[in-house]
Ligand binder design. Structure first.
Ligand code: ADP
Ligand code: MG
Length: 591
């Protein structure tokens, strides 16, 4: 895959639109050649003026030649526009196809992959990388064809009229080429990658910073407390300054050379005409001085074309980095879970690039309909354990079974119908509440959805909203608290009615009323289902059939609340702390 040229791969993305791209190159090159014709007519104009001088009244073809110059100049522009129309049609197709391909691939990736990379980076990769190819295909490649055709035509022109002056005007060009290749060599490719990395990191950290802005404000911190964000900016700054300094000298030489062609010509002319000047030589000299700016323009075009090729190469490899991520393998011999039990045997799991296992040799059997609560210190592995049951990740050692079947042998769709996950931060989309809930079951009737919302204790939310269940989430003036959002997402899970439930309990609630309602919704939801619940407050676990204490990726203890609270262990300690805190809370509210 890597060995194919980027251009070839881009054209593959274009599909049938490939031919439009090629047409755009041909038209653009043609336009470059036509654009040179006005200069021939200008030469004729100068020649006639010099020929008849000083009897300027004798001119005959002057206006004809002038108009011909105009006609060809306009024709060149029209042909160029046609080229751009072709190139844009193809470029937009490529961009759309790249995004589609990347998005289709992302869907097949393990659910956990977004967490690892950061959604800011994924967005930048998919969106900006494909956009980077747009400029390249729509403008740079046709311009490059244009820029390559121009010198060919130019050299012919330059050598026809006076080969000595022609060669002289090419001299600075050759020097500029040497400098240019030094500037855009291998070193630049590496620099470009560094640049994009620095930029990507900065955008990632910026997203994190915005997320944490409430913390910053609450505690009166400055941006300096977001060390990583500041570091990313500093890094970027350092990089840009170093890069600019690096290019200072070559850029200076280059600009001087390509803009100074006329100076070389004038100096040479002085030497050549020391013996006296002829009309013909004067004509050609003036002509060359007029025509040299095209050389400068052409060179500048070529230079930018080659520089942006690196951006595209980098963009392609970024898209590839997503496409190369391994999707969750789908089984060819799917099996159906026999019941709603969950069984982990000797499961160990390590996050990519992590130094130690997040789960270590976990064995646990959950009977159908059993309610199990997971408790333990933060970072112990509770969320990880729940994630592997829903197959957000595949385990490396051991097996995870649902209904006696390895989750790897269950079709993705069936697994999703079997296991529901209620996240801590529920995500609602910017559409009506009705549609938000309907996502769980696209063919659900309005009545079913309203019933689910009712069961999830959402009646009070619907009452206070202007258009009830048809209110668009995130619309102006519509505000839903975290607890309210969570209740709506519980309605979603209610509607789906999957037999195995994973609940990641919210860490904190703003108000007790909301907490009570969420708890009530949870208990309706959990009825008759196998439940794995990650509990952050012990008040909610006392009623569980079994409590599993997880610490450092291992099961530290298991039992009912009654068994564990009197045992000398982590749970008893947590229970003591919890009661102390509860008493303290009561004390404060009484005061
Ligand atoms: P808990 O839910 O009990 O607080 P987690 O399951 O979230 O614990 O985390 C268990 C361990 O795995 C921690 O050391 C945490 O830093 C690590 N971890 C969690 N998520 C990721 C991830 N996406 N990538 C790498 N490491 C992770
Ligand atoms: Mg957690």
């Amino acid at each position: 895959m890597k060995k194919e040229s980027n251009l070839k791969r881009l054209l593959e993305y274009a599909g049938g639109y490939k031919y439009l791209t090629i047409a755009s190159w041909i038209l653009s090159a043609l336009s470059a050649l036509v654009a040179l014709l006005p200069f021939v007519y200008i030469w004729k104009v100068i020649k006639e003026v010099l020929d008849v001088a000083p009897n300027y009244g004798d001119v005959q073809d002057l206006s004809h030649n002038g108009w011909m110059a105009v006609v060809f100049a306009v024709a060149a522009i029209l042909i160029y526009i046609a080229a751009l129309i072709c190139s844009h049609l193809a470029a937009f197709r490529v961009q759309a196809n790249m995004r589609t391909k990347a998005m289709h691939h992302i869907v097949t990736l393990p659910m956990g992959f977004m967490d690892g990379i950061g959604s800011g980076k994924v967005r930048k990769t998919v969106y900006e990388s494909s956009a980077a190819t747009e400029t390249y295909l729509a403008h740079q490649l046709p311009d490059k064809a244009n820029a390559l055709a121009t010198p060919v035509g130019l050299i012919v022109l330059l050598l026809i009229f006076d080969w000595r002056l022609g060669l002289l005007s090419l001299l600075p060009v050759a020097a500029a080429f040497v400098i240019m290749s030094v500037m855009t060599g291998k070193r630049m490719a590496k620099k470009m990658e560094e640049y994009n990395n620095a930029l990507g990191q900065m955008s990632n950290e910026a997203v994190e910073y915005v997320r944490g802005i409430s913390v910053v404000k609450t505690f009166g911190q400055s941006v300096f407390s977001f060390r990583r964000f500041k570091e990313a900016i500093d890094n970027y700054e350092k990089w840009v300054i170093a890069y600019t300094k690096d290019l200072r000298f070559p850029m200076m030489c280059y600009t001087t050379l390509v803009n100074g062609i006329f100076a070389v010509l004038v100096a040479a002319a002085l030497v050549m005409t020391s013996g006296g000047v002829t009309n013909g030589f004067l004509l050609n000299l003036m002509y060359y001085i007029i025509i040299t700016p095209i050389i400068t323009l052409t060179l500048t075009k070529i230079m930018y074309a080659s520089e942006n090729k690196l951006i595209v190469a980098d963009a392609m490899s970024r898209i590839d980095s997503i496409l190369e991520m391994e999707p969750l393998p789908e089984t060819n011999h799917p099996k159906h879970p026999k019941d709603n039990s969950v069984e982990l045997s000797k499961v160990s799991f390590r996050y990519k690039d992590a130094e130690r296992n997040a789960l270590e040799n976990i064995s646990l059997t959950i009977r159908p309909g059993e309610h199990v609560a997971f408790v333990g210190p933060s970072g112990g592995g509770k969320t990880t354990l729940a994630s592997i049951v829903a197959r957000f990740w595949d385990v490396r050692e051991g097996s995870v079974k649902i209904g006696g079947v390895n989750v790897k042998d269950i079709l993705k769709e069936e697994l999703m119908d079997t296991v529901s996950f209620v996240f801590q931060d529920s995500k609602l989309l910017k559409t009506s509440i009705l549609e938000n809930v309907r996502m769980a079951k696209p063919d659900a009737s309005r009545g079913e959805i309203l019933k689910a919302l009712h069961d999830a204790q959402c009646d009070d939310i619907l009452e206070k909203l202007p258009q009830g269940v048809d209110t668009v989430v995130g619309a102006k003036g519509v505000y839903l608290s975290g607890g309210e959002q969570q209740r709506i997402s519980i309605a979603r899970v209610m509607l789906k009615n999957a037999p195995v439930l994973i609940l990641d309990e919210a860490t904190a609630f703003a108000d007790p009323d909301n907490e009570a309602k969420v708890q009530a919704a949870f208990s309706v939801l959990a009825k008759g289902k196998t439940v794995l619940m990650i509990a952050h407050r012990l008040s909610t676990v006392t009623g569980a059939d079994r409590i599993v204490v997880i610490k450092d990726g291992k099961i530290e203890d298991t039992g009912t609340h009654g068994q564990l609270k009197d045992k000398d262990g982590l749970y008893a300690e947590m229970w003591r702390q919890y009661n102390k805190a509860a008493k303290w809370k009561v004390g404060v509210s009484n005061a």
